[in-house]
Ligand binder design. Structure first.
Ligand code: F6P
Length: 319
């Protein structure tokens, strides 16, 4: 390997910069040149590619977002579009790639590997929805952001005998909701995995009010499940709490990465370079039982999600 490229793709996540820094520094120290590819696969196809020096990645470890920019490019599924990207790499003699993103980005990385450009995927997403890793880069930071927000909502909810319905991100993965529900002492967590029975949730809220005499109730709900404004109105109509909805939205994607995300990104970035130096591609990096591992992308995309039953049971025992 003489030159490696690096790109960030899909929704950005805090810690992506720490990963870019780690890949660049470890590669340069091993005598390999590094090229930054801007705006994800779009920049790859359009040739928006520049060399990265060690100083280019200085002063970024604490910054949220991604200095390389990110984009979603569904067209990259098309082999003709992939071919354009490959041409851009070949022109610059870039023979390997690190792709930081979610599983959609991994599919592009797999396609490129199958066409002779070794790629390694790093899990950069706040959703924690990549099955081959216990944790994705950005999840810990987004979780902290959610917890900080919900703690604040609890203060005002208690003052007003309110129920805060808080919608969190995660795409179809309930981890941000479940983890934050436990960390914030929420009364109810609703995810794709728990399912949502509106009348049952309203009944449970009445119980928190009448039987448990709670001054407030926090409902953490994953996005894409229901209209939280409409649901909060039903809370006001059907329970003793007045309901208020808060959609945390893209706030969850920003902010300085936590130390855990910075270290995770650095460890994963190092692993990506080591794999490429060993001539290995088509793999994605994860962390399992605090060990950095690599799994073939094909296998990773097919893996079933680890059960969250134990955490869900814990949540249920705590309320
Ligand atoms: O994958 C990260 C994520 O923030 C999801 O949680 C969310 O569903 C989606 O991206 C939002 O995408 P966009 O930033 O394109 O609106």
């Amino acid at each position: 390997v003489k030159r490696i490229g690096i790109l960030t793709s899909g929704g950005d996540a805090p810690g992506m910069n720490a990963a870019i820094r780690a890949v660049t520094r470890v590669a340069l120290k091993s005598g390999v040149e590094v090229y930054g590819i801007y705006d994800g696969y779009r920049g790859l196809v359009e040739g928006y590619i520049e060399p990265l020096t060690r100083n280019d990645v200085g002063d970024i470890i604490d910054r949220g977002g991604t200095i390389l920019g990110s984009a979603r490019l569904p067209e990259f599924k098309d082999p003709a579009v992939q071919e354009k990207g490959i041409m851009q790499l070949r022109k610059r003699e870039i023979d390997a790639l690190v792709v930081i993103g979610g599983d959609g980005s991994y599919r592009g990385a797999l396609a490129l590997t199958n066409q002779g450009i070794n790629c390694i995927g790093l899990p950069g997403t706040i959703d924690n929805d990549i099955t081959c890793t216990d944790s994705t880069i950005g999840f810990d930071t987004a979780l902290s952001t959610v917890v900080e927000a919900v703690d604040k909502l609890r203060d005002t909810s208690s003052s007003h005998h309110r129920c805060s319905v808080v919608e969190v991100m995660g795409n179809h993965c309930g981890d941000l909701a479940l983890w934050s529900g436990i960390a914030c002492g929420a009364e109810i967590v609703i995810t794709a995995q728990t399912g949502f029975e509106e009348t049952e949730v309203l009944e449970r809220l009445k119980e928190f009010d009448v039987v448990k005499k709670k001054r407030h109730a926090i409902v953490v709900i994953s996005e894409k499940i229901t209209d939280v404004d409409a649901f909060a109105k039903k809370v006001s109509l059907n329970t003793g709490f007045s309901g208020r909805a808060t959609v945390l939205g893209h706030v969850q994607r920003g902010g300085s990465p936590t130390p855990i995300d910075r270290v995770l990104a650095s460890r994963m970035g190092e692993k990506a370079v080591d794999l490429l130096l060993a001539g290995i591609g088509g793999q994605c990096v994860g962390i399992k039982d605090n060990q950095i591992i690599a799994v073939p992308i094909e296998e990773a995309l097919d893996m079933p999600r680890a059960s969250r039953k134990r955490l869900q049971d814990l949540f249920d025992r705590l309320v």
